[in-house]
Structures are given as C-alpha cells and as structure tokens.
Design a protein around this ligand. Structure first.
Ligand code: FAD
Length: 369
C-alpha cells in the first residue's frame, strides 16, 4: 500500500467525499473513514438546492436520483399553531444512505479509501504524519472532515470539546403518506423535529432535543409519547406512521459552539469547521461547499505558487465570509424557538407579516454555487 499522499482526508462524510472527488482529479488522495458504504447517518435529509448545480459538475445529477423536490414548509409551534410558506430556494429529499454512497462511488474512482480511524496527526515542518489504528502515512496536507465530534478533536484539545453539549438527536424512517414536496418542522418542549420524504418514498423523522428534557424518560419511545406528542401534529404522525427500522439512530453531545477553521496547520471541513443548527437545513450544503472552497484555496499551494500558511489563511477568510453570518442567524433562531415567550412574539409578527418567514429562511442559506 502507498504510504505517501498529497492529501489525506480523515472522514468520508459529505465534506470529505466531495474533497476526495475534487483533489483526486490531479493529486493522490487517501480518504480514511471507519465505516463502509452505504450507511445510514444522523440527518434531516433535506439538501438545499444551492449545491445541486455544483454536484452536477461532479457528474452527480440529483434530479436523476430522487423525485423528491421539497418546496413547501409547514411550521408548527409546541401548542400546535401552524404557519405555512413556500421555501425560497427549496431542496431535495435524499437519504444519507443514498447520497453518501453516490459520492463515495465517484470519489473511489480515483482516491484511495481505507476503513480505519485516524488517531493522531503530527506536523513536521513540511509533512504531516498521520497515525491510524493500523498504519502510519505521510502527506503534504492533512484535512479533517470528521464531523461533529471525533477523537481527533480531543487529541488536538479543541476548545469546543472541553465543554459538555446539551443536545442529542434521534432519527427514524417510516412509511407514511404525505405530500412529496413538503417539509414539516414541528416545535416541542426542549427541541424540534423535521419530517420529509426521501428518494425511496420513506419519510424521515429527525429531531434535536436537549438532554435536560430527555433524561426524565427511559427511552425514545416514551419521549415520543410524552413530549413530542404534546404537539398534536407530531402526535398524529407518530400514531399513523409505521417505522421501517427496528431501532432509531441516536447521537448525543452535539455541539454548536464556534470552532476554528484551521488548527495545527490542519484544514477543517464541514461540521469540523462549524455546525449550523439543523433547523436551518443547510449543514449538508455547507459541508459540500466548504470542500469546494478548500480545493480553490489549497490548489495554489499544491502547485507551489503560494505558501501553506497563505493558502490556509485564504481558506479561513473565505469560509468566514461565506458561512459565519448563517451560523449566527441559526443560533439566534434556535434561541427564539426554544423560548416559549420569544416564539409567541416571533409568531405573532410572522402571522401579521407572513412574507417575513421566507426572508428569514433565505438568511440561513447562500446563493447557488
Ligand atoms: C439532527 C440533525 C439533523 C440535520 N439535518 C440536516 C438537514 O436536514 N439538512 C442539512 O443540510 N443538514 C442537516 N444536518 C447537518 C448535516 O448532517 C451535517 O452538517 C453534515 O453531515 C456535515 O457533513 P460532514 O462531512 O462535515 O460530516 P459527516 O457527514 O458527519 O462525516 C464525518 C465522517 O467522519 C468520520 N470520522 C469521524 N471520526 C473519524 C476519525 N477519527 N478518523 C476517520 N474518520 C472519522 C465519520 O465516520 C463520518 O463518516 C443535521 C444535523 C443534525 C445533528
């Protein structure tokens, strides 16, 4: 096995896979992820249309892959009040099982993949030494695309990892009859849930809840019954939908704290650089977009036209210019949604001035790339 690469990417989720496709056109790339494909992943599975044209340039045509075009939003409050609006940009309903596998198949045409976990990275002037559980590799540039939280964050003693995060998430696919173009977003005490279709007709229920609200209940089923079902729209869904998996997927310790885009000369991609609140439905597009920004910033360095530090600074500046404001608005919206009084005031405004909702949604998204 080759042990030297131009680029090594830890993490083969959306950002890592997109980077693997882009860099492997001209450079030798190793992508390391502990899991095999296809696999289900925690996600609301609403992919904003802002990256659809870009994916087409990588020969991934999502119009061919999913019939689900999400265009309408039905938002309900925890006391079951309802507001409907058109989604300004819209998105695709596509499972991570299918989407990640499409990207993996494309990336593995040129990039090397191994199923392993990156345990550490060391930087020696010009080269990174990457240690996995089985091997050691070297590369010119190391990219971390390890998602929300990983062992590497701990090794690097990144700031956000030192704090406990109060969020956990639950996801389950169901058989359920609902319009194909609709995203439902339902607020409940301590969290919110998204419901929408994916490419095979299944319906994804994915929610984020505070650990504080969850801990009184023994399991997901009791929490669904006692808390989610207080919103009558969620109660209707849970009474009428049939689960297609035996168990839901759950994860905890989801952090929305600010992160740095470059640490120890390592370039951070996707959620590793910053996670937007899922209610914005923009994390997947940001992960894919961040890989495009990384490619444009790093290529002059790989061609020996600029220094590593110049290219990493360029990446950080472009990342901040593109995403910082969205993350801030996401944080603000989540704060409002989890406070009953603020939600009531906000909803009063929106019910009087309904054109405000699409404007707010637009602020959490970017222009098509
Ligand atoms: C509850 C919830 C709902 C969401 N809903 C939506 C939505 O509807 N729409 C949307 O656009 N976004 C949504 N998001 C956000 C979206 O899922 C993420 O932003 C997106 O997956 C980020 O992609 P990524 O490549 O950064 O990370 P990931 O896709 O998480 O990939 C990270 C990869 O790194 C690997 N890895 C971890 N540690 C190591 C290691 N040490 N070595 C090697 N590999 C490692 C993992 O196995 C994983 O495959 C949601 C997020 C949450 C929490």
């Amino acid at each position: 096995m080759n042990l030297e690469y131009d680029i090594i990417i830890a993490g083969g989720g959306l950002s890592g896979l997109t980077a693997a496709i882009l860099f492997s056109k001209d450079y030798n790339v190793l992508c390391i992820d502990p899991d095999s494909y296809p696999r289900h992943k925690m996600c609301g599975e609403y992919l904003s249309n802002e990256v659809i044209d870009f994916l087409r340039t990588l020969d991934i045509d999502l119009d061919q892959e999913t019939p689900v075009n999400l265009e309408q939003l039905n938002f309900t409050t925890r006391d079951s009040k309802q507001i409907k609006c058109h989604l300004p940009q819209g998105g695709k309903g596509i499972s991570r099982y299918h989407l990640d596998y499409l990207l993996f198949k494309k990336a593995s045409l040129k990039a090397t993949f191994i199923e392993d976990k990156v345990l550490s990275s060391t930087f020696n002037e010009e080269t990174f030494i990457i240690t996995t559980s089985r091997d050691q590799f070297t590369c010119k540039q190391f990219i971390m695309a390890t998602g929300k939280r990983s062992i590497l964050d701990k090794k690097l003693e990144r700031d956000f990892i030192k704090h406990k995060s109060p969020w956990l998430a639950v996801k389950m696919h169901y058989k359920y009859d609902m319009p194909e173009n609709l995203v439902e977003l339902h607020n409940f005490k301590g969290g919110y849930a998204g419901i929408s279709k994916v490419e095979n007709g299944h319906v994804n229920l994915c929610y984020l809840a505070t650990y504080e609200s969850f801990k009184k209940f023994k399991n997901v089923s009791d929490f669904n019954k006692e808390v989610l079902s207080q919103n009558k729209h969620l109660a209707y869904f849970l009474d009428n939908a049939t689960p297609v998996w035996e168990q839901p997927i759950t994860i905890s310790q989801i952090s929305f704290e600010k992160k740095l885009t470059v640490e120890n000369h390592i370039l951070m991609l996707g959620d590793t650089a910053g996670l937007i609140h899922p209610l914005c439905g923009n994390g997947m597009a940001m992960a894919i977009h961040s890989a495009q920004i990384a490619f444009k910033s790093l290529e002059p360095f790989l061609l020996n036209q600029i220094s590593r530090e110049q290219s990493l600074t360029d990446y950080s500046q472009k990342w901040n210019k593109t995403f910082r404001k969205r993350l801030w608005i996401g944080r603000l919206l989540q704060g409002i949604l989890l406070n009953k009084t603020y939600t009531s005031i906000g909803l009063w405004f929106i019910s009087k001035l309904p054109f405000l909702l699409p404007i707010i949604i637009k602020k959490t998204h970017g222009k098509p790339i």
